[in-house]
Design a protein around this ligand. Structure first.
Ligand SMILES: Cc1cc2nc3c(=O)[nH]c(=O)nc-3n(C[C@H](O)[C@H](O)[C@H](O)COP(=O)(O)O)c2cc1C
Length: 139
């Protein structure tokens, strides 16, 4: 198998956030896709080792900020190469709370989708969370 073929699959880049007991966390994810149009449903694939995985598993809600192509590596590094177990990613991040009281990251973002988990699939290292779209907006 030529694994380079898989690099030809197209992705966007998103900050997926969730909450747990009044605490917030978020991470970069590219494994995000719309599953059905009616009702509007999305799926995200999240590594079981991530703090964000723990938060989504417990709260069953998440937001997904759609990143602009202008998002710099410093920003992607904060959410994509560091864990909320070691740093507070929201200390210097602009955000607002969505309908489900989960933070929606505003920095370098062109829009947002908010989801309520209705199902999940164990895929080994990751869990695929499937969610009804509770809200969606473009800025
Ligand atoms: C470009 C990029 C894409 C990523 N895509 C995913 C993804 O789809 N799913 C995932 O679980 N982690 C993905 N990650 C890794 C997480 O963002 C990373 O492990 C993060 O530090 C987890 O943070 P947390 O422990 O605070 O939740 C990606 C990272 C980068 C840089």
């Amino acid at each position: 198998m030529d694994r380079k073929t898989l690099h030809k699959i197209s992705y966007g880049l998103y900050v997926v956030c969730s909450k747990n007991n009044g605490k917030y966390n978020g991470q970069i994810a590219n494994a995000v896709f719309q599953v059905t149009a009616e009702p509007p449903t999305i799926a995200i694939s999240i590594n079981k080792q991530n703090l964000t995985h723990e938060y989504i598993s417990k709260s069953k809600v998440f937001t997904m900020s759609i990143l602009s192509v202008e998002a710099p590596m410093t920003f992607i590094g904060k959410f994509g190469f560091k864990s909320g177990r070691d740093i507070d990613k929201f200390a210097d991040t602009k955000y607002k709370l969505g309908k489900t009281k989960v933070p929606i990251v505003k920095d370098y973002s062109i829009g947002c989708i908010e989801g309520i988990v209705i199902d999940k699939v164990d895929v080994g290292t990751h869990t695929v969370f499937i969610a009804n779209i509770e809200d969606a907006m473009l800025y």
